[in-house]
Unconditional design. Structure first.
Lengths: 269, 222, 213
């Protein structure tokens, strides 16, 4: 699939990305292309580096080596005239990042602002929209995730599922072309994951490019266009759900799925 | 502005004497405050309700009013109820009584931080209350109490400067006199500030050193 | 004690409260700036911040007041003693507030700032819109104790000639030869003021809890 050079036509193009924390090498030379409008699910055991990879795509972690292109533009590190790896300016990083929206495992809603405040904040502060307009757009997003009647509530007054939906609305308000999800339902009680997964399914149906790191194998199998399986910092498998989950399966994937049989992977057996 | 420090250096013997006074009041006052404060804490924990009411009022009043007002009450108001003290003893007593209220709060928090289970275990094993206090609670709370206690000790050093207002012959008193006599007030105050700053930094460093040394003996509670 | 005397004390107490309030507000503003400086990645800037805090926390307020009171005229600023007093109190307060705020700012969970990063907020916007409000709330209890400390510390401005509560009590005690009653009354007024501040602080903590009971 991948050429040696990153593809500028893809939504995200990752080439040779490695990441070291101190002495530990967490990612080993990952090559990955995410096409526009596709939903890609990154799965793998704990410690496989999938969250790290996602965070590198958002430049919340800095890859020790390799390139990441977002819509054809380099994120974080680029190349100077001599082909050397150089750090780009904060301004440039912010520009390229504006195409990405991120959803965190811990929601990360700001506690001192209401739901409406959280969703409209970036529009007001970072994009400079007048208050009325920003709040109108924010309300539209809250409506989309089904929480317009909770607009005046503070995060501490919302359930986990509601908080995560507000967080999704907050990211969507800036109209990113790509949405990244870092284990969006892992912090939720099982009864609450459904409402968040529904919002994500609707988003996928809208055609937005999504990269989802998750343990929800059922979701991955039914919604994703591509599955990527990471193990110990290496990209072991990728392909359509049919290709990856179809039998005969890679033994490592079988081993991994065994532990997740009760998490929705039962439908695959 | 001409900075002229020669005036200050001329008076070296007096300077040394007043630094001695400052340090003496600071260290003796702190020691007295620690001891008195500890007994106040004991009284608040184990005393009859009358004593507890008295002690908690004492702590509230001292912590809620300025040190200067307390000094004025003692030094100017004292003679009216039979306590006629010279500046130095008044200053010493003032620092002790002031510090004790704050130390008692520190020790109270320390007592409450010792896990109740440790005390219960000691009770089941038959230790008397005094033994529990001295053999279990005090050692365990020493590490926890050390940072705020060092902090309070430093605060008391700075408060000794206030004693100059009731004419205790400590350093601030002397420097004010030197400064106004020699028309070098700003220089004198600047030197004075730097002296305290240096003393406080030194005290802080000694405190950190003591903390590190003693932390070898910490028990990991939680 | 005659009501006239007490009324004079209460009036002077008003001045004490006013001086303290102004110093706390100015001190908080300067303190936020200084704490930002202390956390800056620029070594010179953070050194300046840390030295400021170290000096104003490491020397007695009395000495600072005497220094500033006598330094300002030398620098050509002939201000009334009240202004010099407020300047001295504010600077001292700022150092303590900066230390509190520094603790508060570093306690803001990193994830909240990562979210702000992803949404395109600049570092300055993150500081003022996210970090400072959350840090302020985290440090509200310390802020209340600080306010109480300033009210008590304001008694020292009596030495630079400001007739606030302590000075008024001193003057009245000297002229009526009744130091016990007057200083006790002054102490009572300080107690009432500080007790009120403490209650106010707790109410503030409740109103700014953002729905957390």
């Amino acid at each position: 699939m991948s050429s040696v050079n990153p593809s500028p036509d893809c939504a995200i193009s990752v080439r040779g990305v490695s990441k070291r924390f101190g002495q530990t090498e967490v990612l080993h030379g990952i090559d990955l292309d995410i096409a526009h409008g596709q939903v890609t699910c990154v799965i793998g055991p704990s410690g496989s580096g999938k969250s790290t990879l996602l965070r590198c795509m958002a430049f919340l972690e800095e890859a020790t080596a390799g390139t990441i292109l977002i819509n054809g533009e380099p994120l974080g590190f680029g190349q100077d005239a001599n082909g050397q790896r150089v750090r780009l300016s904060p301004q440039r990083i912010r520009e390229v990042r504006s195409h990405i929206g991120m959803c965190f495992q811990q929601f990360n809603l700001w506690p001192h602002m209401t739901a409406l405040g959280n969703v409209s904040e970036a529009l007001k502060t970072a994009r400079g929209l007048p208050k009325a307009q920003a709040e109108e757009r924010a309300m539209a997003q809250l409506r989309k995730v089904g929480l317009e009647d909770r607009a005046g509530h503070y995060p501490s007054q919302l359930s986990g599922g509601q908080q995560q939906r507000v967080a999704i609305a907050r990211a969507l308000a800036c109209e990113p072309k790509i949405m990244l999800f870092d284990e969006p339902t892992s912090s939720l009680d099982p009864e609450l994951t459904g409402e968040v997964l529904k919002v994500m399914r609707d988003l996928a149906a809208d055609g937005i490019t999504m990269v989802v790191v998750s343990h929800e194998i059922g979701f991955a199998a039914s919604v994703a266009h591509r599955i990527t399986f990471l193990d110990q910092g290496r990209l072991l498998l990728q392909g359509t759900p049919g290709e990856v989950f179809g039998k005969p399966r890679h033994p490592r994937l079988d081993q991994f799925l065994d532990t997740y049989l009760d998490r929705g992977a039962a439908m695959l057996v | 502005m001409i900075i002229d420090f020669t005036h200050i250096i001329e008076q070296l013997p007096e300077l040394v004497r007043s630094i001695g006074v400052t340090c003496m009041i600071w260290l003796v006052g702190t020691l007295g405050a620690v001891v008195l404060g500890f007994f106040v804490t004991l009284g608040l924990r184990f005393g009859p309700w009358g004593l507890r009411w008295l002690l908690s009022t004492y702590v509230e009043v001292i912590r809620g009013t300025p040190f200067l007002i307390q000094l004025f009450l003692l030094y100017y108001g004292g003679p009216f109820i039979g306590i006629a003290l010279d500046p130095m003893p008044a200053g010493l007593l003032g620092v002790t009584v002031y510090g004790a209220a704050y130390f008692s709060e520190i020790f109270r928090a320390g007592f409450e931080a010792v896990p109740g289970g440790h005390v219960e275990a000691a009770q089941c094993l038959g230790l008397t209350r005094a033994q529990i206090i001295w053999r279990i609670q005090v050692p365990e709370m020493t590490m926890l109490v050390l940072p705020p206690a060092i902090n309070m000790t430093v605060i008391l050093l700075k408060e000794t400067a206030v004693l100059s207002i009731i004419t205790v012959p400590e350093l601030t008193f002397l420097m004010q006199a030197i400064g106004s006599q020699q028309y070098a007030f700003v220089e004198a105050m600047a030197v004075l500030a730097c002296f305290y700053w240096a003393m406080v930094s030194l005290a802080g460093r000694i405190g950190n050193f003591a903390e590190k040394r003693l932390s070898k003996y910490t028990f990991s509670h939680t | 004690m005659s009501w006239k005397l007490f009324a004079l004390l209460v009036q002077a107490c008003g001045l004490t409260i006013a001086i303290s309030a102004i110093s706390i507000v100015i001190g908080l503003l300067i303190g936020i700036g200084v704490s930002g400086a202390m956390l800056s990645r620029n070594r010179a800037v953070s050194w300046c911040g840390r030295t400021f805090v170290s000096f104003f926390r490491g020397s007695p307020l009395l000495v600072q007041l005497l220094l500033i009171y006598n330094l300002l005229p030398v620098l050509g600023l002939n201000v009334p003693s009240l202004v010099a007093a407020v300047v001295g109190l504010s600077l001292c307060d700022a150092a303590y507030q900066a230390e509190n705020m520094r603790g508060g700012l570093t306690s803001v969970p990193r994830g909240l700032l990562e979210a702000a990063d992803m949404l395109g907020l600049s570092p300055r916007q993150q500081f003022w819109r996210i970090k400072v409000p959350i840090a302020l709330r985290l440090t509200l209890p310390a802020l209340t104790s600080e306010a109480i400390m300033i009210v008590k510390a304001s008694s020292l401005v009596s030495v630079v000639g400001v007739v606030e509560l302590t000075r008024m009590a001193q003057d009245l005690a000297a002229s009526t030869f009744r130091p016990l009653e007057l200083f006790a009354a002054a102490g009572l007024l300080y107690l009432i003021t500080n007790w009120t501040l403490s209650r106010l602080g707790r109410r503030l903590e409740r109103s700014f809890s953002w729905g957390i009971r």
